[in-house]
Design a protein around this ligand. Structure first.
Ligand SMILES: Nc1ncnc2c1ncn2[C@@H]1O[C@H](COP(=O)(O)OP(=O)(O)OP(=O)(O)O)[C@@H](O)[C@H]1O
Ligand SMILES: [Mg+2]
Length: 232
C-alpha cells in the first residue's frame, strides 16, 4: 500500500472559538475510492478543502507525497491544484457562454492535457453534446462535463464534494459508475463526500466524521458493485 495523501493532526477554527476539525489524522491510499460521510455541519467539506489545498488548516499538516501542501507558497499551491488534483462540487460551475468542449478545455494545464477531449467525452458519454452550451444540457450531462474538465489533466487525485447531490438516481448511478471506472482504469485516487449510504457501500473505505472528529473508519474488503446498489 502506498499513501498518496496524509493528514496529520489537522485542526480548523474560524473566528469563533468552536473547533470545526479537531486534530484529524488519516491517510489515503493511492488508487483507492474513499467515501467521507457524516451529518451536515460535521466538517466534511472543510476537511476535503484542506486536503485539496483550497483552505488552510489552523494547525497540522497535509502531505501529498513528500510535500506539505500547507506550507506551499501561492505559486506552488497553484501548480499543485492545476496539475496534480481535480475537484468537483455539487454545483457544476460551468461557464454558460462557453460550449461543453470549451469548458472541458479550461481544465487543460498550460503544458497540454493528458487525455484527449474526445477520449474523455466518449468515456463520459457526452461526445454528442460537445458543441452545446450548459443551458442546453441536463444536470447529469453538465456534471459529466465538469468531471471531464477536472480529469483532462489526468490528475493523481480527484476530490468530489457531494458531486451527485443535485442529480436524480439514474444520473447519480451513472456518475458513480464512471468515477469507479476512472479510478480502476487510470489509477486516479477518488475521495467522495456524500450523505448517501448506498454510494458509501460501493467504496473501498468509508470514513465517518462527527463534530470535527473521525468516529469511524471502515475498509470494505468487498465493496458492492455499482450496478447492484440499492437506492434510498
Ligand atoms: N468560512 C466559514 N466561517 C465560519 N464558519 C464556517 C465557515 N465554513 C464553514 N463553517 C462552519 O464549519 C462547520 C462545518 O462546515 P462544513 O461545510 O465543513 O460541513 P459539512 O460536513 O460539509 O456539512 P454539509 O453536509 O452540510 O455540507 C459548520 O458549522 C459551518 O457553519
Ligand atoms: Mg459540505
Amino acid at each position: 500500500m502506498k499513501t498518496i495523501l496524509s493528514v496529520n493532526k489537522v485542526t480548523k477554527q474560524y473566528r469563533s472559538n468552536e473547533l470545526i476539525l479537531k486534530e484529524v489524522s488519516l491517510e489515503i491510499e493511492e488508487g483507492s475510492f474513499t467515501v467521507i460521510i457524516g451529518p451536515s455541519g460535521s466538517g466534511k467539506s472543510t476537511l476535503l478543502n484542506i486536503m485539496s489545498g483550497l483552505q488552510k488548516p489552523s494547525r497540522g499538516s497535509v502531505f501529498f507525497g513528500d510535500s506539505d501542501i500547507t506550507r506551499f507558497n501561492e505559486h506552488e499551491l497553484a501548480d499543485f491544484r492545476r496539475l496534480d488534483i481535480g475537484q468537483i462540487f455539487q454545483q457544476y460551475l460551468l461557464l454558460s457562454h462557453l460550449t461543453a468542449e470549451e469548458n472541458i478545455r479550461l481544465g487543460v494545464p498550460g503544458s497540454g492535457g493528458a487525455f484527449s477531449v474526445q477520449e474523455l467525452a466518449e468515456l463520459l458519454d457526452i461526445a454528442d453534446v460537445l458543441d452545446q452550451y450548459p443551458g442546453q444540457l441536463s444536470g447529469g450531462q453538465q456534471q459529466r462535463v465538469a468531471i471531464a474538465r477536472a480529469l483532462i489533466k489526468k490528475p493523481r487525485m480527484l476530490f468530489c464534494d457531494e458531486a451527485t447531490g443535485a442529480l436524480d438516481e439514474k444520473n447519480s448511478r451513472k456518475v458513480i459508475s464512471l468515477l469507479h471506472q476512472i479510478c480502476a482504469k487510470y489509477g486516479v485516487t477518488v475521495l467522495f463526500i456524500t450523505h448517501n449510504n448506498e454510494i458509501a457501500s460501493t467504496a473501498d473505505r468509508v470514513i465517518t466524521i462527527k463534530d470535527g472528529v473521525v468516529v469511524k473508519d471502515i475498509p470494505h474488503k468487498n465493496p458492492i458493485p455499482v450496478d447492484q446498489m440499492s437506492w434510498d
